[in-house]
Design a protein around this ligand. Structure first.
Ligand SMILES: [Zn+2]
Length: 254
């Protein structure tokens, strides 16, 4: 795998550099894009992003026109889910969910072996979950919903609640029990909705390996024996999951 990193600047300059890289290393037969979201997958556009200049940008169309190849377009987290399902922690499973917990929270699901798409893409990070303000007075930091899952459990939420960088908090800090609780609530909702065999948790926050056992115990408690708890595991492809998923998106390019 040959990886070139182009920092995200304005859409025009970033895409011009991407085109230059592919022209230099090409020709290519097809292109797969795992984009930050939210996106309009069918139209090939970024939609309501706060990233300057990217709102409504026709990313797939611009690259398709410049490179003259079919383009597969989906979210970064769906691309990572595809890659983990084929080559990583979900290998061989037909019902599998990949969740990333970092600056945001996002999830991609394989259901019956197919990537799940509704009218758009799943937004598991914005699940509404119970918030006990006695235990946790932090109001949440999602600009759209306040105390959705991402607003309560993303890296920036941990940072804002405890006024400390998450990676600086010791494993016995109460931040982590609360974090495991929120993630387990979100995962319980995903498990009840999709009944996956396994849920893989990746992203910067999940570098805290001690979280996994606490999340598993919380999840078993919340499901309370009613349904079988899915396996909870770390990813296997690390930072290569997204680009590897791009290869699979390219297979389905049009
Ligand atoms: Zn939200």
């Amino acid at each position: 795998l040959n990886i070139t990193i182009v920092p995200t600047a304005s859409p025009e300059s970033t895409v011009a550099e991407v085109i230059r890289v592919f022209q230099q290393h090409g020709p290519i037969a097809a292109l797969g894009i795992g984009s930050f979201g939210p996106i309009d997958r069918v139209a090939g556009r970024i939609t309501s992003t706060p990233k300057a200049g990217w709102r409504d940008f026709d990313l797939a169309g611009t690259l398709r026109a410049a490179l003259g190849v079919p383009v597969g377009f989906d979210t970064d987290v769906n691309a990572a889910a595809l890659a983990e399902a084929r080559w990583g922690a979900g290998c061989g499973l037909s019902d599998f969910v990949y969740v990333t917990v970092g600056t945001g929270i996002g999830g991609g699901a394989l259901v019956n072996g197919q990537l799940l798409h509704g009218t758009s893409h799943a937004e598991m990070g914005h699940l509404r979950i119970p918030h006990d303000r006695g235990r946790d007075p932090f109001p949440g930091c999602c600009p759209y919903h306040g105390d959705c899952l991402e607003g309560l459990a993303s890296g920036p939420a941990i940072q804002a609640r405890w006024a400390a960088a998450p990676e600086s908090l010791a494993p016995h800090h109460p931040a982590w029990r609360l974090e495991a609780h929120y993630l387990a609530v979100g995962i319980a909702n995903v498990a009840c909705t999709l009944a996956p065999e396994r849920i893989v948790l990746g992203g910067g926050v999940m570098q805290q390996a001690h979280l996994f056992d606490v999340i598993r115990a919380e999840l078993r408690g919340q499901l309370n024996g009613y349904v079988r708890a899915p396996e909870i595991l770390p990813p296997q492809l690390g930072s290569r999951a997204g680009v590897s998923g791009g290869l699979i998106l390219a297979e389905h390019a049009r």
